[in-house]
Design a protein around this ligand. Sequence first.
Ligand SMILES: Nc1ncnc2c1ncn2[C@@H]1O[C@H](COP(=O)(O)OP(=O)(O)OP(=O)(O)O)[C@@H](O)[C@H]1O
Length: 334
Amino acid sequence: MGDVILRVNDLKTYLFLASGTAKAVDGVSFTLERGKTMGIVGESGSGKSVTASSIIRLLPRNTGRIVGGEIEFDGRNVLRLDKKELMEYRGRDVSMIFQDPMTSLDPVFKIGDQMVEMILAHQEVTKDEARNIAIDALKKVGIPNPESRMNSYPYELSGGMCQRVIIAMAISSKPKLVIADEPTTALDVTVQAQVLDLLKEMQKHQDTAILLITHNLGVVWDMCDTVMVMYAGKTVEYTTAKRLYAEPQHPYTWGLLDSMPKLSDESKSHLAAIPGTPPDLRLTGECCNFHNRCPYALDVCSNKVPELIEVSDGHFVACHRQTGKEKLTREVKI
Ligand SMILES: Nc1ncnc2c1ncn2[C@@H]1O[C@H](COP(=O)(O)OP(=O)(O)OP(=O)(O)O)[C@@H](O)[C@H]1O
């Protein structure tokens, strides 16, 4: 194990809704090393974003609460940070990039002013120095005429340009961890690759760890060292990205891989969807959450929660079938 920057252990984040309690994150554990990228994948509603929001302790007010587990960042207990420490942690140690850049940019202020203000809040520099840092960062992310762009309002830039500005902000604050939640989903395909390349560049130069939340398994393949597959608030599989493609173990992961377009598919037939829908997170209980949709379910799957077990070095799976005697193997086309 290398230099761990983020350790999440048995995290439980529940949403206390008027209609009941949703176990949005229900016992998730993983580690992320400095300078490495981990992907979190899973269908919509599996708890990826709530996991990310828990790490920066920015949960839906009044409803979201971390009810159990630990989050350790660079040796510090994130759940014990006081208000001031939390602000520093969010601004200096961790940067968050959201799907919609407008979530992070204030529409009524010029981007230069927003960048300078953020730099001044977290670094001991003068206003002129902060301005130079901002211009330099805009240059690095390929914004043309950065000096004059400092005077633009967010609405004057395209979505891709705004996402570059967000990455420029992240670069200038030199975070140890970037959490990117579907950072390219709202962008054109051509711009998507550029944004991911910028993240990789930043990682190379600043040894940043990246937690990348995505629906896109192709992006995981390109970007990630390790990957966690989430389903209905739980980790179902956790391993290196290479091994996830070469030897996936969980039937849900098989479903995700089968629903991914492949260049080798000559038939161009329709993609295999996973039948059924994820369970209501207010009603999950003593079973494997996937058992209703799983073609390989055993009797035990409907009455016992499968534990996350290390089936080979660094490869964890939560599946009664795969960790028991009736294990299945299958070939996967990449
Ligand atoms: N503010 C909120 N109020 C009520 N329920 C919420 C809220 N935020 C998330 N949830 C619920 O928590 C569960 C987990 O949501 P989360 O956003 O983490 O999923 P996700 O895997 O990131 O999905 P997506 O890929 O669509 O972003 C979902 O059932 C969602 O409906």
